[in-house]
Design a protein. Structure first.
Length: 85
C-alpha cells in the first residue's frame, strides 16, 4: 500500500512497548518518499499510541506490508499495515 498522512498503521517494538504489549496503533505524520510498501519498505514518521502510556513520536520508521516482513528485518521499532478483516 502507498502510505499517506493520517493513515493508521501498527508499530512493533520500540515506542510501542507498554503495559506488556509490543504492538500499538500509530498515525502517519510524514512520508519520506512516494514509494509503495508492495515494492519494499518505506520510511515514515509516526505518532504512536501505546497502551496505558502517553503518546510517543517516532521518526524514520520502516513501514512494511505485513508483520511477518518487519520481524524478519529489524528488531527495533518498525511498522506494518494492519490486516483487513
Amino acid at each position: 500500500m502507498k502510505p499517506s498522512i493520517g493513515r493508521i498503521v501498527i508499530v512493533k517494538g520500540g515506542g510501542a512497548v507498554s503495559n506488556g504489549a509490543d504492538l500499538a496503533p500509530a498515525i502517519i505524520t510524514r512520508i519520506w518518499s512516494d514509494g509503495d510498501t508492495k515494492d519494499g519498505q518505506v520510511l515514515v514518521n509516526l505518532h504512536v499510541l501505546p497502551d496505558l502510556a502517553g503518546a510517543k513520536l517516532l521518526g524514520s520508521v520502516h513501514l512494511y506490508d505485513s508483520e511477518a516482513e518487519c520481524q524478519e528485518v529489524y528488531d527495533h521499532a518498525q511498522a506494518f499495515w494492519p490486516e483487513r478483516t
